[in-house]
Structures are given as C-alpha cells and as structure tokens.
Design a binder for this molecule. Structure first.
Ligand code: SF4
Length: 349
C-alpha cells in the first residue's frame, strides 16, 4: 500500500513505479476525502502514460460518496464492511436492513461501472452492531462479510474480494478458515485477500505475517496478499515475495537450503551460502532449482539428497560439489566453489 498523501501526485507515481520495479503487482491508495478522487485519477493517468498497467485500488473508509466516485477511476474499490453503512441507535435487525440496502445500492453502481469491490473486514473496525452481537470474533468478521455478500447477491453483483484481517495472527487465521468453510457450505467461491494487519516492523512483523499468511497459503487459501509493515512500503514487497516462495505458492529464485553448521563444519559456511545465493539467486534460469550448502558429509550429503546441486564441506576446510548424488568436483577451495557451481549450472541448463 502506498503511504504518500494522495494529493502528492508525483510522489505517488514515483513510489508506485518503485514498488512496481520491485515486483509489486497491485497497489492500494488511501482516498480519504471526496476532493481526493481527481488526484487518484491523475496518478493513474500518469502511470498509464508510461505504460504501467499495475492495478490501482481505492481504499475508502466511512464515506460512501467517495466509494461511489472512485468507481469511475479505480481498478478496484476497497470498502470497510464495518464503517460503510451503519446507522447507530437502531436495533440489530433495523441496522442490518439499512446496511443491506446501502450495500446493495453500492453494488448496483459497481456492477454498472464493472469495477470489482473488496470487502475489507477488520477486527479493529467491526461495526458496533456486529460487535455487540458477536464480539471481536471470527464469527463476527464472517457475519460482517456475509451481510455484504447477501447485498451483492441482491444486486446481482459477484465481483467481490473478501479479506478478514486482525493484528492477532490466531484470529486472522481462524477468520479466513471460517470464511472458507462457510463459503463451502453456502456454495460460494469469492477470492480472498490475505493479510495480518498492523504487524509492526522488523523481524517480528515479518514472522507474524509469515505465520499468518504463510499458514493460510499452505492451506490453499488466498488469492492476493499484503504484508503490512510500519516501514517503507518497498520492504513489504520483499517480505511478500519471501512468504510466497517459502510457502511454495510462487517461485522467484532458486530455493536455497543450508545446514545450520556445527562442530563438524570446517569452512566458512555462512560466507559460502551468501556467495552462492548472490550468484545463483540472480540466475533466472536457475529459478526452479534447489541448491544445498552443507557443512559436512556426515549428514550433509543425505540431507542435501533432494537438492539439484550441493556444496558439501570436507574435513580439510575445502568442499565438494555435487549434482544430485554425483560428485562433480572434489576438494575445491571454498572461494572458488560458487563460481564453479555457477558454471556447472549454466552449462547444464
Ligand atoms: S550437515 Fe554436518 S556440519 Fe551441518 S549441521 Fe549437520 S552434521 Fe553439522
């Protein structure tokens, strides 16, 4: 998600270009005021004039009018199920009927504009009505989304994406799993946008996102994702790509495995791994390969057995290079090993 104020058109264009260059495939922009909609359009026009077709999503809270206006300019509009159409002071049933009517009207407009809508359900911004009945729970998050689905059905609109985010990894995962089981039960099949919201920064934020998003991806759940970091948004892209690669959902580079080393390691395995990753990780043609860097032959050869290529340490501080279980080069100085391996791979592919 871009974090430049939307009235800074050039700043947004520059950030989106950078995000795009790092592999970002979809960008969301906050549109907080009605007068911001033309800025959104200018940003999009500038990008399209440079042939950058990355989809731009308008992120709207509280103000349905902005969401309606954004249907004319955005590739998708994200609304918050908890703050789009609530009328305080009514009974649950009256409030629900009001929300269904308001969402239906918006979905009719989205259908006419042929613009997809993401229903963003956040644990931190469930409506008072939902909170009072269900509490801050997965059931409440699903119920909030389900109301929108019913309203969309009423409007004959089916271009929905759903998300169920919480800063709690456990609640996030529970909510997406519940949504999937309920959609199965109801024979619905809406795409899901994944994220652990407000994850924070640094290593812990990445671990929270990896546990939450990665766990769901391993369940086969998820169609788009955002890693939410309190850092430069560029960092979100690398973290997302790492989660996608580690979960096996996407392959961006060769897969590297390496032993942690122990008292049997007789070469600088940390440096060897970095050099190998630096060289082989850049090779587009090696993207499907698994490369192992192991400390010794005692366990290393067996543990590297399912790798395509391996560097395995020897007791004399040197290494052997393997292709599968076949030793291609013996007793190599570790400084030469990565280059040798690179040449072998390039010759093979
Ligand atoms: S592969 Fe060898 S060096 Fe690496 S952790 Fe296992 S025993 Fe230790």
């Amino acid at each position: 998600m871009a974090n430049v104020h939307i009235d800074d058109v050039d700043g947004n264009v520059a950030q989106i270009l950078e995000l795009h260059s790092k592999g970002c495939e979809i960008v969301r922009l906050a549109v907080p005021r009605p007068r911001d909609v033309p800025f959104f359009e200018k940003i999009k026009d500038k990008l399209r004039s440079q042939c950058i077709e990355i989809p731009l999503i308008a992120d709207v809270h509280f103000a349905p009018r902005i969401a309606y206006d954004c249907l004319a300019v955005a590739d998708k509009v994200r609304i918050n199920a908890g703050n789009f159409a609530e009328r305080p002071g009514k009974s649950f049933g009256e409030g629900r009927n009001f929300a269904l009517d308001e969402f239906s009207k918006f979905f009719e407009a989205a259908k006419s504009a042929n613009v997809p809508v993401r229903i963003g359900v956040n644990a931190g911004s469930l409506s008072k009505r939902i909170l009072e009945k269900y509490g801050n729970t997965a059931c409440g998050m699903w119920e909030s989304a389900h109301e929108c689905i019913l309203a969309a059905n009423r409007a004959g609109f089916h271009d929905l994406v759903l998300s169920f985010k919480s800063s709690s990894v456990a609640l996030t995962v529970e909510s997406y799993r519940l949504a999937c089981s309920e959609m199965d039960r109801l024979r619905l099949d809406y795409p899901l946008h994944l994220g652990v919201t407000e994850a924070g920064n640094g290593q812990y934020a990445r671990i929270k996102s990896a546990v939450g998003i990665g766990g769901l991806l391993l369940d086969g759940i998820g169609d788009t994702m955002r890693v939410s970091l309190t850092e430069n948004p560029i960092e979100e892209i690398q973290a997302a790509r790492d989660i996608l690669q580690a979960s096996g959902a996407r392959r961006f580079t060769a897969e590297f495995v390496a032993c942690p080393s122990c008292g049997r390691t007789n070469y600088d395995i940390q440096r060897a791994l970095e050099v190998v990753k630096g060289k082989i990780g850049k090779l587009e043609c090696a993207r499907s390969l698994k490369i192992a860097v192991m400390g010794c032959v005692v366990n290393g050869l067996g543990e590297a057995g399912d790798a395509d290529y391996a560097i395995v340490g020897l007791p004399n501080g040197k290494v052997n290079i393997y292709k599968g279980v076949v030793c291609l080069a013996k007793n190599i100085d570790q400084e030469l090993a990565a280059s040798k391996l690179e040449r072998v791979i390039l010759a093979d592919i």
